[in-house]
Design a protein around this ligand. Structure first.
Ligand code: FES
Length: 183
């Protein structure tokens, strides 16, 4: 039987891996309960490689993002190459490998918002925070993400910060919105 070794918090954790007959020790910086949680998600989909997207969805909603270590555990459980998992994660924009910021900023690029200039607003957020879409500021406070119509077209252009909706946003108001979330 091969083992996974957990090294986070200096805790050595031997974990039985049932996915391969090859004797491989994989070092994963995940706590034992996180690994068990991922295993449970994979099991709930029958460890079926055809359920990869559903497994990834469920795992991301549990962890918030899909770092390499998590992808590794999924690949082992589904008995597929890590490259295949990575390929799917990087192909679909709704999967992310970086944790969201404390205040995730989502700019709507749906038609109504787009025609009212949401692209300029996006550019302004990128400039102000000095990050790209899908990235998080080094202090972990903000991340930028784009959305399709959020159902508030009457307020276009729309920006969400967490669950809060900002309507009729202008590039000039971007600084003010960010300012509301700074200490
Ligand atoms: S297009 Fe942005 S809320 Fe509908």
């Amino acid at each position: 039987m091969s083992t996974k070794t957990n090294t986070e918090n200096n805790v050595a954790h031997e974990y039985p891996y049932n996915g391969s007959s090859t004797q491989v020790e994989v070092k994963i910086k995940l706590t034992a309960d996180k690994i068990e949680k991922i295993d449970a998600i994979c099991r709930s989909f029958g460890n079926d490689p055809g359920e990869l997207i559903n497994v990834l969805h469920e795992t991301q909603s549990e962890f918030g993002y899909l770092p390499a270590e998590v992808q590794d555990v999924i690949a082992q459980n589904l008995r597929i190459p890590v490259a295949q998992v990575y390929g799917v994660v990087s192909f679909y924009s709704f999967f992310t490998m970086t944790p969201k910021g404390e205040h995730p900023i989502s700019i709507c690029l749906g038609t109504a918002c787009y025609v009212r200039g949401s692209e300029k607003i996006l550019e302004e957020f990128k400039k102000e925070l000095n990050i790209e879409v899908g990235e998080t500021t080094p202090d972990g406070k903000f991340s930028i993400n784009c959305l399709r119509c959020v159902g508030a077209c009457g307020l276009a252009p729309v920006v969400m910060v967490g669950e809060r909706v900002f309507g009729r946003v202008s590039p000039e108001s971007v600084k003010q919105i960010i300012g509301e979330y700074k200490d």
